[in-house]
Design a protein around this ligand. Sequence first.
Ligand code: NAD
Length: 496
Amino acid sequence: MVTIDEIEAKMYVDGDWICAKTGEKRDIINPFNQKVIGQVEEAGLEDVQIAVEAARQAFDKGKWPHLPAAERGRKLFCLAQLLQEERERFAQIETLNTGKTLMESLADMEDIANVFRYFAGLADKSGGEAIASPIEHSSSMVVREPVGVCAQITPWNYPLLQAAWKIAPALAAGCTVILKPSELTPLTSLELAKLAERAGIPRGVFNVLTGPGHSVGAALSESDDIDLVSFTGGGATGRKIMKAAAGNFKKIALELGGKNPNIVFADADFDTAVDYALNAVFFHAGQVCSAGARLLLENEIHDRFVEELKRRIPKIRLGDGFDDTVQMGPLISREHLDKVEHYVNIAEKEGASLVLGGKRPESPELKDGFFFEPTLFIDCQETMRVVQEETFGPILTVERFVDEEDAVRKANNTIYGLAGAVWTTDADRAQRVSHALRMGTVWINDFHPYFAQAPWGGYKQSGIGRELGHSGLDEYTELKHVFQNHAPKPMNWFGV
Ligand code: NAD
């Protein structure tokens, strides 16, 4: 088991492990028992300047952007290999810091290593294009170049996974990076810097600053020396970042929230749909941007489906993520627990019927953690706040629908457009519904799968841009058109 002393606490800037100029530190808490598991540096504006300068120098004067892409790829393969070797240790730190089960953290580590491997392989396959020039005696080509210095701001629910989705393509493309992890969960991001150092990523190319979003995150988003800011987090923060980025029109990539419909038709495989409906919403205690928190059931199966949910939900085992019989950990913080609990009051006032949960568990073993019982609401209407807003907790709302048109209309009636699922054995209907849903990902007879090869991102207020897949690498490149005249002669247009 990893010990607190082994966990890196300083920040990684320009290849050095440094303390914050503020002289301040922040305690990092285990949400399972509120014990302090580490202390990290609390960066301020001076630290932002130092890190931006380092990343700027590494981009403008360093070798990294100009290395053969295959060589950058080799370093990323090496980093993936180190992550694979250290997966147990990283997973333990992630479970200590987020409360999620160790099994989930280990699965995250597989995905993280895969993301690095995928972009390592893609690094030298992102060629340009030769254009058939319409001008005689000329050639025209389009090349991709790294965008520059990137600020990457990440949330607490998948600390290293969300960071990996950003760091791997940025480094593959030849950019330099300043990562600012969530102030609640910075530990694995700092540990990653150790591995980046071992993998031979040059000084200044990858930097990690720990500190508050409202100062460090905001300063990075505003900085004129940053060329791109990539953010994963809530919409309110996303809006601030978009405004801050307008100063120098830096590029932005935003991965925001979701309120994702899970639509089950009466002809679906009933038992599988029930099973996946539970997984869709209660995985990581609902703290998943693509959680299937909105269950839409066709009238004919509504009552039977709800009965089955009522039978299974109380069996979900809450507890310590290190206990391998536990299925659901705590929420990340007291503040978040309060927010989730508040949605229960809102839902009840609006007329939803609370069937299960809706409160903090009473069991003495859970009293020190930020636990919330898996919660089921029925009689929900699409206009209710608990249906429309992201609770980001273990709350499942059930709505009814009468037919396909009704299901699609209800599912699309949201400001979000991150993901959704449809369950049916009618192949034509599956296709029709998947086309009709205004979402970045649609699952048919499944929920949650994502992988490095396919793009991830949101329609509507769920974001701007795409991570993963080829488009995930394209986010970190600029397109340049290079035109050459092979027979230049005077034009004699002016002053002849
Ligand atoms: P958050 O917006 O509160 O914070 C995210 C990050 O932004 C943190 O690092 C924080 O320090 C920083 N930040 C805060 N204020 C800032 C500011 N003014 N300027 C710059 N940075 C600032 O989000 P959270 O609570 O950490 O994460 C939960 C949210 O993330 C949910 O809405 C969830 O849906 C979303 N999310 C989306 C995806 C996706 O792929 N679309 C994935 C995971 C999480």
